[in-house]
Design a binder for this molecule. Structure first.
Ligand code: NAP
Length: 324
C-alpha cells in the first residue's frame, strides 16, 4: 500500500504520521499519479497547524511532480505515462501515490526536471500572478518584496529583475541577504534589525514604492503600508509571522488613497486557460534562464516533519523538495 504523510489532528510537526493510505482507481475526471518529487510550502504548515482548517484526517501537501498511472472517465488533458506537475488543488501531495482532479495537472516540458517542476509549480505560479497580474510590474519601477530569500521570494526577485525592476527585498539574516543579492535584489533590508519604512524611503529618495508584496503578515503589515507611494498597492499574500489582525480601512485614506488586496493562487488559476498560461510563463522564464531554480534542501518524504521544522524555523533558503 502506498505511504503518505497524514494528520488526524492539527498541531506541531509531531502530528505528521508516515502511514499506509489506500489509493483506489481514479473516478470521473481524476488521474492517479505516482509522485517523483514533492514540493514543500509554508502553506502546508498552515494546514498542519490549523491556521487554514481542513477536514481531517488529511494527507498534507499542495505541490508535486509525477507520472500519470491511470485516468478515470472523461479525462482529456493528460494520458497514461505523462510526466505532470501541479501546484494547488486539494491537499495530498505528501504521498507516494494519489488521486487528483486531472484538470489541475500540467505537462512538464522535456528540459525541466521533475525536481525543478515540484519546486516551482506553486511558488513559481504564485510569483507569476503577483508580479504579472496582481500588480503588473514595469521596467524602471522600484518594488518591495518580503522574504526575498524564501521559496517564493528567490523566484519572484529574479523574475522582477528580469522585468527591469529595481528590487528591494527583506530577509531575516545577513547570510540570507547575500543570497537575495545574488538572486535579483538590488537592495536588501535585514528585517530583524533595520527599520523597514525608513530604509525604503531612503532607497527611493523619499518617494516610496508603488507596490509591496508582503507574505510575512502580522509583523510587517503596517510597516509595509508605510512604504507605499500615494495610490500604491499593498499585496498581503501570506502569514509567515501570523495572521494580520483586523484592520481600520481609514488608514488607507490617511496614508494616501492606498489599495489593498489579499490574493490567492486558486483565484488566479481557477480556469484551465489561466492555469495553462500561468504555468507556461513560469516554464518560459526557467527555459530562458531568467529564473534559476536552486534546490538547496532535500528530504526523504518520510521526514516531512523535519522539513516543516526547518521551514518554520527560518532555516531554509529557496525551494524545498522531498523524495518519495
Ligand atoms: N496567497 C498565495 O497565493 C500564496 C501562495 C504561495 C505562498 N504564499 C505565501 O508566500 C510566503 C512564502 O511561502 P514559501 O512557501 O515560499 O515560504 P518561505 O518564504 O520559503 O518561508 C517563509 C519565510 O518567511 C520569513 N519569515 C518572516 N517572519 C517569519 C516568522 N515569524 N516565522 C517564520 N518565517 C518568517 C522567513 O524568511 P526570513 O528569515 O528571511 O525573514 C521564512 O524563510 C508564505 O507566507 C506563504 O503563505 C501565498
Amino acid at each position: 500500500m502506498p505511504k503518505s504523510i497524514r494528520i488526524t489532528r492539527t498541531g506541531g510537526p509531531d502530528v505528521m504520521r508516515w502511514e499506509d493510505v489506500e489509493v483506489g482507481a481514479p473516478g470521473e475526471g481524476q488521474a492517479r499519479i505516482r509522485h517523483t518529487a514533492v514540493g514543500v510550502n509554508l502553506l502546508d504548515t498552515y494546514h498542519r497547524s490549523g491556521l487554514y482548517p481542513l477536514p481531517l484526517p488529511t494527507v498534507l501537501g499542495s505541490e508535486a511532480a509525477g507520472i500519470v498511472e491511470a485516468v478515470g472517465p472523461g479525462v482529456t488533458v493528460v494520458k497514461l505515462g505523462d510526466r505532470v506537475a501541479y501546484g494547488g488543488g486539494p491537499p495530498g501531495s505528501y504521498a507516494e501515490r494519489r488521486l487528483i482532479p486531472a484538470q489541475i495537472l500540467v505537462p512538464i516540458p522535456e528540459e525541466v526536471s521533475d525536481e525543478t517542476a515540484a519546486a516551482v509549480m506553486l511558488k513559481g505560479m504564485t510569483s507569476q500572478y503577483l508580479i504579472r497580474r496582481t500588480y503588473p510590474v514595469k521596467a524602471g519601477e522600484t518594488v518591495l518584496f518580503h522574504a526575498a530569500a524564501g521559496g517564493v521570494g528567490l523566484i519572484a526577485c529574479q523574475w522582477l529583475k528580469a522585468l527591469g525592476a529595481t528590487v528591494i527585498g527583506t530577509v531575516g539574516s545577513d547570510a540570507k541577504a547575500e543570497i537575495a543579492k545574488a538572486h535579483g535584489c538590488d537592495h536588501v533590508i535585514v528585517s530583524t534589525r533595520e527599520d523597514l519604512a525608513k530604509r525604503v524611503r531612503e532607497i527611493t529618495g523619499g518617494a516610496g514604492v508603488p507596490v509591496v508584496y508582503d507574505s510575512v503578515g502580522k509583523d510587517t503589515f503596517l510597516a509595509s503600508i508605510d512604504c507605499l507611494k500615494p495610490r500604491g498597492l499593498m499585496v498581503s499574500f501570506g502569514n509567515a509571522s501570523g495572521k494580520v489582525p483586523p484592520f481600520d480601512i481609514g488608514i488607507l485614506a490617511q496614508k494616501g488613497s492606498l489599495y489593498l488586496t489579499r490574493p490567492t493562487l486558486a483565484t488566479y488559476t481557477a480556469s484551465r486557460a489561466d492555469l495553462e498560461a500561468t504555468a507556461k510563463d513560469v516554464f518560459g522564464v526557467i527555459r530562458e534562464g531568467k529564473v534559476k531554480v536552486e534546490i538547496r534542501h532535500t528530504y526523504p518524504l518520510a521526514e516531512a516533519a523535519q522539513a516543516h521544522r526547518d521551514l518554520e524555523g527560518r532555516k531554509t533558503v529557496g525551494s524545498i523538495v522531498m523524495e518519495p
